[in-house]
Design a binder for this molecule. Structure first.
Ligand code: C2E
Ligand code: MG
Ligand code: MG
Ligand code: MG
Length: 279
């Protein structure tokens, strides 16, 4: 035992661990059934062009709706599924739902819209990921240029050479590639100049302060100008205030995603918002 720690502290910690463990067990026990029951649902969060304030795309974000109606956020289950491998089944379910929705829209003659999906780092080590994904695009007749693959930066910190090859193979097929959550973890500026990507998504952590300090602003506008100089488009995540929008416009940021504009919403709500004809 650690000196100076009361026994009761351990009791509280044990209890905390126990709660975490049983929650994780519950999630693992129910995941297969939940997939069959259609408990996983896809929400869409609009992406806004900052100068015109028009919706230029959307990100597909999964939710878990329990039979009780309770909704679980992906941060509560994606990390568990990345550990036990279930993330592949879940993601392909999400991709299939998303692509079939997009197909419906295209068949009804709606204007084209770019949809982003999240690609777990796990998939980059799966030899058949790209082929399987291309199979889905063929099934739903979706041109790759309408799909943006968001890859989280935390997996970028090693094996940069191999990653360049993988990303290039995606890009050759015509997908847009973005680096997600940039600045939150292991981001390096070297990565920015080496990776063959199209879009940089600035992590929401940069915008978690109600009032941004001078230092924050210097860092954010520095990253934006660096990215723009390298020919990338920049999206800011988690934009919640007009003050942030004003600053981002001054800093030449292209797009934003955040509660100030829209929260992630069910597909039907998104269709209403954009006046999308659907069958
Ligand atoms: P992400 O890809 O970085 O997605 C952005 C997250 O920020 C979303 O959280 C979104 O709801 C949230 N957000 C957007 N604007 C604001 C804002 O103004 N304020 C605040 N407080 N939050 C905002 P969400 O939906 O909980 O997703 C969390 C993460 O889970 C995602 O982060 C992504 O990494 C992962 N994820 C979500 N869906 C999937 C999926 O289908 N597959 C995989 N592999 N991962 C997913
Ligand atoms: Mg994302
Ligand atoms: Mg992100
Ligand atoms: Mg994130």
């Amino acid at each position: 035992t650690v000196k100076g720690t009361h026994k009761s502290d351990f009791a509280i910690y044990d209890n905390f661990l126990h709660t975490q463990v049983s929650k994780e067990k519950m999630i693992e026990n129910r995941m297969n059934e939940a997939l069959k029951n259609n408990e996983f649902i896809v929400y869409l969060q609009p992406k806004i062009d900052l100068s015109s304030r028009k919706i230029v795309g959307a990100e597909a974000l999964v939710r878990w709706r329990f039979p009780s109606g309770q909704i679980l956020s992906p941060n509560d289950f994606i990390p568990i599924f990345e550990k036990n491998g279930f993330v592949t089944d879940l993601d392909f379910y999400v991709y299939e739902k998303t692509l079939s929705t997009l197909q419906k829209w295209l068949l009804q003659g709606n204007p084209e819209i770019i949809i982003s999906i999240n690609v777990s780092g796990i998939h980059l080590n799966e030899a058949n990921f790209l082929d399987r994904f291309l199979g889905l695009l063929e099934k739903y007749n979706i041109p790759p240029r309408l799909i943006e693959l968001e890859i989280t930066e935390s997996i970028f910190f090693k094996e940069l050479d191999r990653l360049v090859l993988i990303i290039n193979s995606f890009r050759q097929k015509g997908f847009l590639i973005s680096i997600d959550d940039f600045g939150s973890g292991y981001s390096s500026l070297n990565m920015l100049k080496t990776l063959p990507i199209d879009i940089l998504k600035l992590d929401r952590e940069f915008f978690m302060w109600n009032e941004m300090g001078v230092q924050d602003k210097i860092v954010i506008s520095g990253i934006i100008s660096l990215a723009k100089g390298l020919g990338l488009k920049v999206v800011s995540e988690g934009v919640e205030t007009e003050e942030q929008v004003e600053f981002l416009l001054e800093s030449s940021c292209d797009m934003a995603q955040g509660y100030l504009f829209y929260k992630p919403m069910p597909v039907e709500e998104f269709e209403k918002l954009l006046d999308i004809k659907s069958i």
